[in-house]
Ligand binder design. Structure first.
Ligand code: ZN
Length: 356
């Protein structure tokens, strides 16, 4: 994920109120009043020395916003789902241990095999192609695991497994960025597999997609980013899959110890609200939506095509975002508890979608 602009629901939590705003490192400065009242536009460079892109002054004023109203539905007494967060945390550790995993390198190939080994017996499909980029051609491979359901329609859950080509020589392992998203999808596969026990699940089909080429190969832009999902969205538009998708959720950077999931204003509001309602059922809502901002991530190619989509992402990552896209993105910044919160909430969201 890259572009990071912030408005907030609660100025007490607004990083810009500190004496040395973290975003000054990355942002084109706006007049102070505008910055505080509307947006700070930040281009997240894919390497520590990356330059900022042009600022936009568009955006809504930062006004305190009340949490979403609880959905007026009958009480749901079904048991809350619980992922095995310890196992998901171990997956994260194993994925990070592969080292830099940019498109097509040896570590990336090892990770592809690692993912496929965990999906033995599941219905798996590849979306593989060659991306023509400003740094040359790269092989890209989205991996899709399908868990069929009795209802007509698909819930898609996406998470990227690549790391950044420009960070390949700095010891970058992307434990959170790339690692946690890969791991939580593997754990979702475990949960879906054991719940369905070889039969169709009682609800929509769930497709898990390990996306590739999410990161920029040089510097984040519309054409240098989201290689995998731009290809997949186009393919699914042509073959009619997009029309069947009831909801699409992207997992990205979801394991930091001090978990705070953003409310992404590029996402579909009703789906964000449903995720919040699911978090409330688990008592996890304090980890959701203190900050709100538009995010650019793997959901965008689907948002642009009208698919209800949500980006589930924690930003900034560490004070002043210092762990993001740096060699500091390591396991010691992460917690199994955060994977528990996100994992349980998303599985509960799937359950709530099934009831709709
Ligand atoms: Zn990233």
């Amino acid at each position: 994920m890259k572009t990071f602009r912030t408005t907030t629901r609660n100025l007490k939590h607004f990083p810009c109120v500190s004496s040395r705003p973290w975003w000054l490192k990355f942002c084109v400065a706006l007049p102070l009043a505008t910055a505080l009242a509307s947006t700070a536009a930040c281009a997240k460079g894919s390497s520590p020395g990356a330059t900022a892109s042009a600022a936009s002054t568009s955006g809504s004023p930062a006004t305190p916003v009340a949490p979403p109203e609880p959905a007026p539905t009958a009480p749901d007494n079904s048991p809350l789902p619980h992922i095995d967060a310890k196992r998901a945390f171990e997956y994260t550790r194993e994925v990070a241990a592969f080292g830099p995993r940019y498109m097509g390198n040896e570590n990336h190939k090892k990770l592809e095999r690692y993912i496929l080994d965990h999906l033995k017996g599941d219905e798996v499909e590849d979306d593989a192609f060659t991306a023509d980029t400003v740094e040359g051609k790269f092989p890209v491979r989205n991996i899709i695991a399908k868990f069929p359901g009795t209802k007509d329609g698909i819930i898609a859950i996406l998470g990227h497994y690549d790391t950044n080509y420009p960070l390949r020589n700095i010891g970058y392992v992307g434990a959170n960025d790339g690692g946690s998203s890969t791991a939580i999808l593997l754990e979702f596969a475990n949960q879906l597999r054991s719940a369905s026990a070889g039969k169709k699940r009682d609800g929509y089909s769930v497709w898990l997609v390990w996306t590739d080429g999410e990161e920029a190969v040089r510097s984040w832009s519309d054409t240098d980013s989201l290689y995998g999902t731009r290809h997949l969205a186009e393919k699914w538009e042509k073959d009619g899959t997009l029309k069947k998708i009831k909801a699409l959720m992207v997992m990205d950077m979801i394991a930091p110890i001090d978990l705070a999931i953003l409310r992404d204003t590029n996402s579909t509001p009703w789906l964000l609200d449903l995720i919040y309602a699911a978090a409330e059922r688990g008592g996890y809502q304090s980890h959701f939506y203190v900050l709100q901002t538009p995010m650019e991530d793997d959901h965008l190619p689907f948002v642009k095509r009208g698919v209800p989509s949500a980006d589930v992402i924690d930003m900034p990552y560490g004070y002043n975002d210092v762990f993001h896209h740096t060699a500091l993105d390591t396991m010691d910044k992460l917690s199994p508890k955060s994977l528990q919160i996100v994992g349980d909430t998303i599985l509960e969201t799937v359950h709530m979608l099934d009831q709709r």
